[in-house]
Write a protein that binds this ligand. Structure first.
Ligand SMILES: [Mg+2]
Length: 175
């Protein structure tokens, strides 16, 4: 059976953007994230996280560091009754010519190998234009750009909706 998917970028969307974050003690969830995602989860969405982590390729932290933080993060979500169905990361830098770094779609492709997702009724939430472009490249037209991460020009945004933080997305995603 096909399920709707909610694809989330991580830094600047789930947690406060800090350059090359990998330490659990520096990870801060945005206020209201759990209630917001709980509402969306109730509508039947599976939640996925897709995150560019070039800090790995740049040697600032390791895959193990990333995975340790990810396990902790998933547990925090679980403690708040939210299931994260899959996390995909791209460890490469901008010049590595990989197929996974957003705006490329490799991470979404990997998720689609394991889950049957109705992309037409799915959503992607990101803070950067590369997130929104990734959605378009993958065939996801429902997009939200949050203002809680990197600065962007609202007039230039290609996103369908713009809002302050992830707290507000449950007011946009209602079906
Ligand atoms: Mg981001």
């Amino acid at each position: 059976m096909m399920t709707k998917g909610l694809f989330l970028d991580r830094d600047g969307v789930v947690n406060i953007e800090k350059n090359y974050l990998y330490k659990i003690e520096e990870f801060e969830f945005f206020d209201g994230i759990f209630d917001s995602l709980k509402k969306i989860q109730k509508l039947g969405y599976k939640i996925f996280i897709i995150t560019n982590q070039s800090g790995i390729g740049r040697g600032y932290y390791s895959v193990e560091d990333f995975e340790k933080l990810t396990s902790w993060m998933i547990k925090e979500f679980k403690n708040n009754e939210i299931v994260i169905s899959q996390v995909e990361f791209c460890p490469h830098g901008p010049n590595d010519n990989c197929t996974c770094r957003k705006p490329k779609t490799g991470m979404i492709d990997k998720i689609l190998e394991k889950h049957q997702i109705d992309l037409e009724n799915s959503w992607l939430v990101g803070d950067k234009s590369s997130d929104i472009k990734c959605a378009k490249n993958a065939g996801i037209s429902n997009t939200i750009q949050v203002k809680s991460g990197h600065d962007f020009d609202e007039n230039e945004s290609e996103a369908k909706y713009i809002c302050e933080t992830i707290k507000d997305i449950s007011e946009i995603i209602q079906t």
